[in-house]
Ligand binder design. Sequence first.
Ligand code: NI
Length: 252
Amino acid sequence: MLLENLAFPEVEAYLKEKNVILIPVGSVEQHSPYGLIGTDFIAAECIARETGKRMGIMVAPTLAYGISPHHMAFSGSATLMPETLILVVGDIVKSFLSHGFRRIFFINGHGGNVNSIETGLQRLKADNYPGIFGMISWYDYPEMVDIGRELFDGKEGSHATPSEVAVTRCLRPKEFGTKATIELEIEKPEHHWPLSAEEMRQFFPDGRMGSAPWLATESKGKMVIERSVDALEKKLRKIIAMPLADSSKVQK
Ligand code: NI
């Protein structure tokens, strides 16, 4: 159930039954010559929407942009500043709370967003906003570590990973005719963190970080999506079953 395709009476009818909403969030950043600049939001959107369909819960429009300052020396990347995302997270959650949503989860596709999303949610709790909020990264369950080992020989790395590239190959196969496919060395240089844009390009000149994106295929992408949707569903069912605190006792 996609929020963007509904009219407001349909949202009101949904809210009589349920109060859950998923918000996919990604990044607009280079994913090496092997992957799409939209990789992170395309993957998060697909996994959130598949899970929403399976569970009969609403999915909000995708927040495509994220925190990518270290990718700015690669053309096409665009970044929010951490403070911006913290505020955007707060504004989106407050908007949905005002209509009666009470279980609000960001389905994240980009590691760089984690701190800001969590800070945004902590901020809301510090201000006593009622509800259960969360951020779940689709690639970050124990099941996904297993799949990295099974399908990609443990060569996931941490950026332009074969898992995420496989997901996008499965979803947008026509876009890969012009992308790199050759096998390269996997280098894992010692580096500090965080990195500036220039440092990132010096340490990781082709934009990969210890990954083997040439191992990505459409069929493996399908398996990654299925496995991630299974894991996300399991996790969400647990969190959704938690009781809400009595909101009459908290100051909004
Ligand atoms: Ni990514």
